[in-house]
Every structure is written in C-alpha cells, then in structure tokens.
Design a protein around this ligand. Sequence first.
Ligand SMILES: C[S@@+](CC[C@H](N)C(=O)[O-])C[C@H]1O[C@@H](n2cnc3c(N)ncnc32)[C@H](O)[C@@H]1O
Length: 235
Amino acid sequence: MIKLDYINVMDFWSKRYRNEGALWGYTPSVCAKTACDMIPDESDVLDIAAGYGRDIAYLAKKGHHVTGIDTSHVGIDYARDLLSNDSDVDVTLHEADFLSFPIEKQYDAVLCHRMLHLISKPDDIEKFVEKVFAATKVGGYIFIAARNPHDFSNDQMQEVEKGVAEYKNRPGHRISFWEEKRYKEIFGTHFDIIACEETSEIECSANPVASHITLMIARKTASEMTKTKPFRVIN
Ligand SMILES: C[S@@+](CC[C@H](N)C(=O)[O-])C[C@H]1O[C@@H](n2cnc3c(N)ncnc32)[C@H](O)[C@@H]1O
C-alpha cells in the first residue's frame, strides 16, 4: 500500500473530482446557506477549500463578491466551468494552499466547509487560525464546518493520536475531529463564538450515508489576536 503524505492527499481530491465529478452535487453546503442568511448584501466572501465551486456559485449568484481558494487544480477548473456562463458574477479563483496563501485583503465573511478536519498537525492548525483571523474584517463572520467525532468509523479508520483518525486503506489520510469544546478552545480565544451546531450531510453522492459535521459560527470583534493566553492546540 502506498503511503500518502499531505501533498498526495491534496492530489487525492483532484483524482476524486476527475473520477466522480460533483461529489456533493450542486446544492450549497450548510456553511454557505447559513452565511447567506446572516451576512449583508454584496459582502466580500472568502471560501477556503472551495472544491469544485458549489458554494462559490451559490454565494456569487446571490450577489456576493466571492474569492475561492483550493489546492486542487481540477476543483478550480470545474469551478471556472461552473461559472463560465454567468458573466454578471464577481468571482476570483486561486489554485493555492490556504496555509501558505498571502492574505492581502480582508473579507466580511470567511467560509471553510469540510477542510479543517484534514489538518492534523498542531502548527498547521495554528497557522490556519492565524490566517482566518488575518483574512476576516473586524465585525466579520466566520463559518467553519468540520467532521465531528461521531464520524469516526471503526471499520474504516484507526485512531493514531487522541482525536485524530487515519483511514486504514489510505495511510496518511488523517481526520482530526472537531466538536464544540475544541472549537471553543482553539477559536474562542480570538473570535466570539455565536453557535456550534451539529449537523450532517451525505458523505458523497456515490456513498450517500450521513457524514457528521459541526458548524461553528463566530465573529471577529478584536483587531489583534489576543496575546493574553498563549496559543495552544490541544488534540
Ligand atoms: C471535502 S472537500 C470540500 C470542498 C468544498 N468546501 C465543498 O464542500 O464542496 C475538501 C477540499 O479541501 C481542499 N483542500 C485541502 N487542503 C487544502 C489547503 N491547505 N488549502 C486549500 N484547499 C485545501 C481539497 O482540495 C478539497 O477540495
């Protein structure tokens, strides 16, 4: 069995999009729907790990100005195709790793649907939080959904660290689970958490079983990350 490293896990998504197309169909995620209910018209929105663009298309057609980032070149190509007939939407796409992406602009809302659980190294989680903070305007909202511990499957996964599982048939493909307590520990120091809601959506169209996720809705109210507590990632 080939051992995957994180880069290959990224390539894994390009292969999946190429082989399976729109993995979750074209209905928007809970992150995008919740954001649309809460943010003002014509907001600047950043969609981290936008995949093949289902949320970008939904938000842009509602009149928001959307920037999407994804490491998968196939995902970005599909997103471009999805929007090719909509000349009146304002969308910017980047094929890039969010963890090393230079943040040159701040957004009214930052979304990240089903990617945070793919980051398992504490330093990378810390980088993710810092980048999300840097990308959000003061007063702006973040909507982050990640797989929660109910998604652990004894048949398919083994626990490799506390709170981190690895697929048995895909060594290197790790899932770092998020639930309310963890969101509060990691994000609550820097953002005002409005709600954490457990929900589910299909694993993917080819395997339409429930995938359990927790959505965090939070707001940035401070202009600087708090320095009173040292930043610690507790797995
Ligand atoms: C489960 S998919 C979710 C896609 C999309 N948010 C959706 O719900 O339709 C995870 C996505 O995260 C992307 N991804 C993983 N790590 C990333 C990173 N460091 N920066 C940007 N995108 C990343 C993958 O390429 C993949 O498209």
